[in-house]
Design a binder for this molecule. Structure first.
Ligand SMILES: *[C@@H]1O[C@H](CO)[C@@H](O)[C@H](O)[C@H]1NC(C)=O
Ligand SMILES: *[C@@H]1O[C@H](CO)[C@@H](O)[C@H](O)[C@H]1NC(C)=O
Ligand SMILES: *[C@@H]1O[C@H](CO)[C@@H](O)[C@H](O)[C@H]1NC(C)=O
Ligand SMILES: *[C@@H]1O[C@H](CO)[C@@H](O)[C@H](O)[C@H]1NC(C)=O
Ligand SMILES: *[C@@H]1O[C@H](CO)[C@@H](O)[C@H](O)[C@H]1NC(C)=O
Ligand SMILES: *[C@@H]1O[C@H](CO)[C@@H](O)[C@H](O)[C@H]1NC(C)=O
Ligand SMILES: *[C@@H]1O[C@H](CO)[C@@H](O)[C@H](O)[C@H]1NC(C)=O
Length: 241
């Protein structure tokens, strides 16, 4: 009697361990919109009686399954349309041309006759493609100093339609200023006033996984501002003639 109970108790422990031990493991996957993403089962070859089940989102919608060698892929799913693929050897799931709405939790359940049930979770974050920052000059805020080659100008670095990004001004590798948004922002801009000396300024947009940079072209943007002193010099020269 005791032995039977003991065995049963151990079996329960094993089962609990198998189920809940793996459950805590969440693999984070960060990708950019348009990428193809593969979520691996780590199964080398699906056995005849294996069941492999993939679900997505808070409702745990079934999106792909292998059950007794029958393959099911949700091709009518309104979110995924025809983006899902499953490797019939390994059960690994691929989402092609992924969009931001495919961000979420992907759950995998594998049932094997010998090894029992195992679970895996993938927390997939899809980041939007970053726009190229646009640098514009504010001529009404350009001031000329005594030497006509050195003057100060005001610039604005802007991006449209972004979310969860940081926009920053750099001089070489040093950060001058930055601004961040977490929610969707129709327009985000960051001003910078600088002395027109060299081409080492740049504006960078980044999210947690990637960045894009626009370099400030001093020749193009700084020295062509109509400075008042330059105009005066021309007037003086004309008067002398
Ligand atoms: C598995 O996939 C390969 C290549 O995609 C295909 O040739 C084969 O017929 C598939 N097997 C089954 C059982 O669907
Ligand atoms: C998934 O990742 C997001 C962002 O990194 C995080 O906020 C969220 O809590 C994670 N969810 C789970 C279940 O780990
Ligand atoms: C340029 O600077 C002036 C003076 O500060 C300001 O009123 C104007 O809004 C700025 N223009 C742009 C496009 O930032
Ligand atoms: C901003 O994004 C929305 C949806 O993501 C899109 O419909 C709209 O055309 C975008 N606007 C611009 C100016 O890119
Ligand atoms: C130009 O800007 C620099 C800092 O970028 C400042 O030290 C300097 O005084 C400014 N000069 C003028 C003429 O405004
Ligand atoms: C931008 O990304 C590149 C590589 O992806 C990295 O080397 C560089 O440091 C990043 N720049 C910034 C300002 O985050
Ligand atoms: C800056 O702009 C000028 C004029 O458009 C151009 O000739 C020059 O090659 C540019 N410099 C850089 C570093 O892009």
């Amino acid at each position: 009697m005791w032995r039977v109970f003991h065995a049963f108790f151990c079996f329960c422990l094993l089962l609990l361990d198998g189920v809940f031990g793996d459950r805590d493991e969440v693999k984070s996957v960060s990708v950019t919109e348009g990428d193809s993403v593969s979520l691996n089962t780590d199964v080398t070859e699906v056995q005849r009686d294996d069941q492999i089940l993939w679900t997505f989102g808070p409702k745990e919608t079934r999106i792909a399954e292998i059950h007794r060698q029958n393959i099911y892929i949700d091709a009518t799913n309104t979110i995924f349309e025809e983006r899902l693929q499953m490797d019939n050897q390994t059960g690994s799931l691929t989402v092609r041309n992924i969009r931001t709405e495919h961000t979420g939790l992907y759950k995998l359940q594998i049932i094997n006759i010998e090894r029992g049930i195992s679970y895996k979770r993938f927390n997939v974050s899809v980041y939007a493609l970053l726009p190229v920052p646009v640098i514009t000059r504010n001529c009404s805020r350009c001031s000329s100093s005594e030497t006509s080659s050195n003057k100060n100008c005001s610039f604005l670095c802007s991006v449209v339609n972004v979310s969860a990004v940081t926009l920053s001004w750099y001089k070489g590798n040093s950060l001058l200023s930055s601004i961040s948004v977490s929610d969707l922002s129709i327009s985000l801009s960051l001003p910078l006033e600088l002395e027109c000396l060299d081409d080492s300024y740049s504006c960078v947009i980044n999210n947690p996984i990637t960045n894009r940079t626009t370099h400030l072209n001093i020749t193009e943007l700084c020295h062509t501002c109509p400075g008042t002193s330059v105009t005066l010099v021309i007037v003086v020269v004309l008067l002398k003639l």
